[in-house]
Design a protein around this ligand. Structure first.
Ligand SMILES: O=P(O)(O)OC[C@H]1O[C@H](OP(=O)(O)OP(=O)(O)O)[C@H](O)[C@@H]1O
Ligand SMILES: O=c1cc[nH]c(=O)[nH]1
Length: 222
C-alpha cells in the first residue's frame, strides 16, 4: 500500500558537471505539456509550422511535432504529419553579435514544403536567455515569408532578458545568475550519456566556464 503523496525529488548535485535540474523524464513530460498547450492555444494543429533553432531546438521541434500528431489522432481528425510541419531556422547571419563571434558556422535553413505564409509558426529553442537569438529568428522569418502569427516555445527560460521577448510555451522557468550556464543535453545531438544510459537527455546548470564565457553570457552572447 502506498504511504501517501510522492515526495518531490531534489536537484541532483554532480560537482564535475553541474546540477541536473531536469531529467530525461522531466523533459519528456514538459514537451508533452507544451504540445497540449500549443493545441489548446491554436484550437488544433491546423496550419502549424514548428521551426527549430539549431542546434537543440531542431530535435525539440521534431519531438513536439510527434506529440502534436499523437494528440490530434488520425489525419482525418486534423492530425499533422509530424515530418511535414517541422523545419529549422538558422539565425547566424541575423545576429547582432556577429562581430564578436566571427567564426560562427552558418547552419541550414529548411522550411516545410508548405512554406510559412499564412501559417502559425512556433519557434522552438532549448534555452531562452537574453532573447537575442529569438530577435534574430524574427528577422530571419521576415525574410522568408509572412506567417499569420509567430509563437515561441522554449524548454528552459532562465531569465535575464535584454529585449522585450516573452515565450508563449515554457518547459521550466529556471531562475539563474548571469555567472551560470544552462546546458541542455539531448540524445539526438549528444548521444548516450557518460553512464551509457539510453537517453542522454538532461538540463544541467553550472558555473559559466570562464570569465570570457561569463561576460559573453551576461551581454547576451549566446
Ligand atoms: O537568449 P539568448 O541569449 O540568445 O540565448 C539562447 C540561445 O543560446 C543557445 O544557443 P547557442 O548560440 O549557444 O548555440 P547552440 O544552440 O548551437 O549551442 C541556445 O540554444 C539558444 O539558442
Ligand atoms: O545559459 C545559457 C545561455 C545561453 N544559451 C544557453 O544555451 N545557455
Amino acid at each position: 500500500m502506498s504511504s501517501g503523496a510522492a515526495v518531490p525529488t531534489p536537484p541532483v548535485p554532480t560537482p564535475e558537471v553541474g546540477t541536473v535540474v531536469l531529467t530525461a523524464a522531466d523533459i519528456s513530460r514538459a514537451l508533452t505539456r507544451i504540445a497540449h498547450e500549443i493545441v489548446e492555444r491554436n484550437k488544433g494543429a491546423h496550419d502549424l509550422v514548428l521551426l527549430g533553432i539549431p542546434t537543440r531546438g531542431v530535435p525539440l521541434a521534431t519531438r513536439l511535432a510527434e506529440r502534436l500528431a499523437a494528440i490530434e489522432g488520425s489525419p482525418a481528425d486534423g492530425a499533422p504529419d509530424p515530418h511535414a510541419i517541422v523545419g529549422e531556422l538558422d539565425v547566424t547571419m541575423y545576429r547582432d553579435d556577429l562581430h564578436r563571434h566571427p567564426t560562427r558556422t552558418i547552419g541550414a535553413t529548411r522550411l516545410p514544403a508548405s512554406g510559412i505564409d499564412g501559417k502559425v509558426v512556433v519557434l522552438v529553442d532549448d534555452v531562452l536567455y537574453s532573447g537575442r537569438t529569438i530577435r534574430a529568428a524574427l528577422d530571419a522569418i521576415s525574410d522568408l515569408g509572412r506567417p499569420r502569427a509567430v509563437q515561441l516555445a522554449a524548454l528552459v527560460d532562465r531569465g535575464h532578458r535584454e529585449l522585450p521577448i516573452r515565450p508563449d510555451f515554457v518547459g521550466k522557468n529556471l531562475p539563474t545568475s548571469t555567472s551560470e550556464r544552462v546546458s541542455v543535453r539531448l540524445a539526438e545531438i549528444d548521444g548516450a550519456s557518460a553512464a551509457g544510459d539510453a537517453s542522454a537527455d538532461a538540463v544541467v546548470i553550472r558555473p559559466a566556464p570562464s570569465p570570457t564565457g561569463a561576460a559573453e553570457d551576461g551581454e547576451g552572447g549566446a
